[in-house]
Design a protein around this ligand. Sequence first.
Ligand SMILES: *Cc1c(COP(=O)(O)O)cnc(C)c1O
Length: 380
Amino acid sequence: MHFDTLTIHAGPQADPAFGAVMPPIYQVSTFAFKGVKQPGPFDYSRSGNPTRRVLEDTLAALDNGTRGFAFATGMAAEATVLALLSSGDHLIIHDDLYGGTYRLATAVTARQGVAVEFVNLRDPAALARAIRPNTRMIWLESVTNPLMNVLDLAAVAAVAKPKGITTVCDNTFLSPCGVKPLDLGIDIVLHSTTKYLNGHSDVVGGAAVVRDAKFAEQLFNLQNTMGTCAGPQDSYLVLRGIRTLPLRMERHHSNALAVAAFLETHPKISRVLHPGLASHPQHDLAKRQFRNFGGTFSFKVKGGEEAVFRLLTAVKLHILAESLGGVESLIEHPWTMTHVSMPEDARAAAGITKDLVRISVGLEHIDDLIADLKQALDQV
Ligand SMILES: *Cc1c(COP(=O)(O)O)cnc(C)c1O
C-alpha cells in the first residue's frame, strides 16, 4: 500500500465488537481473564491497551518497522530508549539538538554512569575518532533543532553497524513523510508525536519504532517496566492526527519554503536556515535524503536580540509559543525559550545565537502568513 493509504488503513480494520470504523477508546486499566491461567490478548493497560495498540501498529507501518511503541511524551520515549544503556557504556550524541534531550542526557543519563559525549556528527572523521570500545549508542536528529543542520543518516549507520553500536534517530522535525530512518540503516527511530504526527497542538506524546526483533523485545520490556506508555485518549487523538499527516505535511512543506524564500530576500534578515533553500550548506544531501522538509526552520534577524524581541512583539497571526508541528503558525526565540536548558557556553558552541528565531509554519493561507511577517518586520 502507498504511504497515504497506510496512514488511514494501517492497523486492525474496524472494531470486532460493533464494527466501529474508528478504534474505540478503551478507557480501562484491567481486562478480565477468561479463566484461571487464561488471560485474553490484553491483561493490564500498562502492558498493552487495544487503542494504544492500533496507534503502535500504525506507527510501525508508517516507518517501515516491525514494531511501534507509543509513549506519554517524546521525553518518555527518549528516557525509555536511553534505558537500554548501562553504567560504563559510552553514548555519542550530536552536539546541536533539542534542548530537552541535552538536559536528559546530561542531568540523568550521565549521572547513572553513562559517559555522554557530544560530537559534531556532520563530520565523519570526528565520529570515527569519538568511537571507543565501550560505545553502545549514537544519537542523532535527522534535521537538528534549532539550527537545521542535516545529518547523513546512512553514513552514520554505516559506521555504527559493523561495530554493533545502536543508532537512534529523533525524526520529530520531518515525520515519516520526510524520511524513514529505518530504511537508511538506523536501528531506532523516535518521534515527539506532540509535533507533526498528532499535528493539532492538543496532545503531548512520543513514539519509538524498530525493525529488529531484539530491539522490539527490549523496548517492550522497558516500556512495560518503566510505565512510560501513552494513555488511551491520547493514543486515539494521535491516531486521528495521523489520518491527515500526508496532506498536512504537503502544506507545511510548501508554506515553509515560501516563507523561507520571502525572508531570504528581506533586508532585515541576515540568514535563513532551511534545508530546502539552495543557500543551505547541505542542500544536496537534504534533497537526496528527504522527500519533504516539514514546516519548521530558523532565521537570523539583523540587530540581535533587541530586533528579535521587536519582531516577536509585532507579529499578530504568528503565536509566540514553544513547540511546532501544529496547524497554527508558531514563532519563538530559542535563546530564551526552547534552549534555555542548555548552558550558555554549550549554546554558543553549537551556534545557537541571540539573533536566532525559530518558526513553525502552519497551514494558514500563505499570503496571510507573509503579510503578517512583513508588517512585523516593518516595525523592527
Ligand atoms: C518536542 C521534542 C521532543 C520532546 O517531546 P515532548 O513530546 O515535548 O516530550 C524531542 N525531540 C524533538 C526534536 C522535539 O521537537
